[in-house]
Write a protein that binds this ligand. Structure first.
Ligand SMILES: Cc1cc2nc3c(=O)[nH]c(=O)nc-3n(C[C@H](O)[C@H](O)[C@H](O)COP(=O)(O)OP(=O)(O)OC[C@H]3O[C@@H](n4cnc5c(N)ncnc54)[C@H](O)[C@@H]3O)c2cc1C
Length: 457
């Protein structure tokens, strides 16, 4: 655990000097007021703390767990995640994905391969710990075992209108000029801001240690299974000697989601291996008009409901929104009145809406189509080369779905057709499409051939 006293801020050279008078800074030091307090040390919080610390601000990062801590997550690092990492950050990759096997509720398995790496796989405890270390190196102070109960922006504990009081579970109060809520999908700070959600999903996962022969079979290849429940899918992400096997589906029928995971593991032939960890976690997507700030408090990552609605990919959303939240929290910390603080908070909202907001809208449309026509999505990605190429380019980060739809008339027409598509009569109705896909699938760039494999290999 590190110090909570701003006067003990390390002496490393910030890349930018704070825009603040020396006597003002000394007064804040004396009153023990931090410029920015970040709640939660996941990718969003570490990224926010890094951005604010690198701007030369006094930053306190509060984390309720001891680090490294486990987080239920596939650990898939796509291009936009890689691009949002601090400069010089070395990704602790456990595997590099060059092939994806797609199946439709266990059937019509088809493997697509790529000469170039599609995305990387990490273990979250290790990855998150390194991100926190990057923030600390930039000058942020870390306190672990520090669970935040609530924040207040007025009342007896708040000395003036420029200050936020952060209350810890152990009774201590910490003061800040700006607060970033990055406390994940059960966010206390999100509740303070009034975050509203329009999608909540339940993800279940098992970390399954496997013998070398099984691990070798999966090396460099992931499996994505379009599931039997509307909008659901499952995955196998290899991490060397351990496979991360999970499923995700709309919250509300936990036993059906659990059954999907059990069936999935069973038909993969992995039921005989004892998981080292079995866990579940919610993911949440914000409503389009949900707030991202209140007064001097911003929210980012899962706490704000920032997540790709179709894939439920959230690490890149956490890193990108965390970075923006850290940068705008610095501006809020510098604001001397409520009007200016509100303007800076609005700027953060605009930045999120213009980037991640647009991507989320597209993801919602794709999820709605996928819920109705999973077989069509399977057929497209396995049997229609441009769809696979688009998938590969999106996960590598060379484009986004929103860009593809904006720039390519054919993609725009396909999206509109998907918007209007009627439901399949169950996944079985997708079988025809899947079978067609099987006949047509071939490997991208011809590398490795498109030989179909069964999901239980
Ligand atoms: C099953 C599953 C699989 C997933 N797979 C992927 C994937 O492969 N790729 C991908 O990109 N995304 C994936 N995601 C989504 C991804 O895990 C999240 O979007 C991402 O972790 C969000 O990061 P975050 O920093 O916002 O929140 P978190 O990673 O949840 O971090 C929040 C932190 O806040 C701390 N905290 C919570 N409450 C408090 C408090 N009161 N006081 C202090 N600290 C607190 C927590 O301990 C935690 O460390 C998956 C999600 C699930 C559920």
């Amino acid at each position: 655990m590190s110090s909570e006293n701003p006067t003990e801020h390390p002496t490393e050279q910030p890349t930018e000097q704070p825009d603040e008078q020396p006597d003002e800074r000394a007064a804040d030091d004396q009153q023990r007021v931090w410029d920015v307090v970040v709640v939660g040390a996941g990718p969003a919080g570490a990224s926010a703390a890094y951005a604010a610390a690198v701007a030369g601000r006094r930053v306190l990062l509060l984390e309720k767990a001891e680090l490294p801590r486990y987080k239920t997550c596939g650990g898939g690092i796509i291009g936009p995640s890689r691009d949002a990492l601090p400069p010089g950050f070395e990704l602790p990759l456990r595997d590099r994905v060059h092939a994806v096997t797609f199946s439709l509720d266990g059937r019509f398995a088809r493997t697509r391969r790529s000469r170039h790496m599609l995305f990387g796989l990490i273990n979250r405890p290790e990855f998150d710990q390194r991100l926190v270390e990057a923030a600390q190196k930039a000058g942020a102070e870390l306190r672990t075992g520090a669970a935040v109960a609530r924040v207040e922006q007025h009342g007896a504990a708040v000395p003036d209108r420029r200050t936020v009081a952060v209350f810890l579970n152990d009774g201590e109060t910490v003061l800040a000029r700006a607060v970033v809520g990055a406390d994940g999908s059960a966010s206390r700070i999100g509740a303070h801001v009034g975050v509203r959600l329009d999608q909540v999903d339940l993800g279940l996962e098992a970390e399954i240690p496997v013998p070398d022969s099984v691990a070798e079979d999966w090396a460099g290849r992931v499996l994505i299974d379009w599931g039997p429940l509307p909008g659901s899918y499952g995955w196998v992400f290899p991490k060397g000697e351990t496979l991360t096997v999970g499923v995700i589906s709309a919250r509300g029928d936990g036993s059906a989601t659990k059954r999907y995971l059990e069936d999935f593991i069973g038909r993969l032939g992995l039921a005989g291996f004892e998981p080292s960890i079995s866990s579940g976690h919610l993911t949440r997507c914000r409503a389009d008009d949900s707030p991202l700030s209140r007064g001097r408090v911003l929210v980012c990552g899962d706490a704000a409901g920032l997540l790709e609605p179709w894939t439920r990919e959230g690490i890149s959303y956490a890193l990108r929104s965390g970075r923006l939240a850290g940068e705008w929290a610095v501006r809020i910390a510098e604001s001397h009145d409520a009007v200016d603080a509100r303007r800076q908070a609005q700027n953060y909202t605009f930045a999120i809406k213009a980037g991640l907001g647009v991507e989320m809208s597209m993801g919602r449309r794709l999820l709605a189509a996928f819920e109705r026509r999973p077989g069509m999505v399977h057929a497209a990605v396995t049997g229609f080369r441009p769809a696979w190429t688009a998938f590969a380019r999106i996960v590598r980060g060379s484009t986004s779905l929103a860009e593809i739809v904006r720039d390519h008339p054919m993609a725009r027409r396909a999206m509109t057709a998907l918007d209007r598509s009627r439901p399949e009569a169950g996944v079985g109705a997708g079988a025809g499409a899947g079978a067609g896909a099987e006949a047509g699938a071939e490997a991208e760039g011809g590398a490795g051939g498109g030989a179909g494999v069964t999901s239980g290999r």
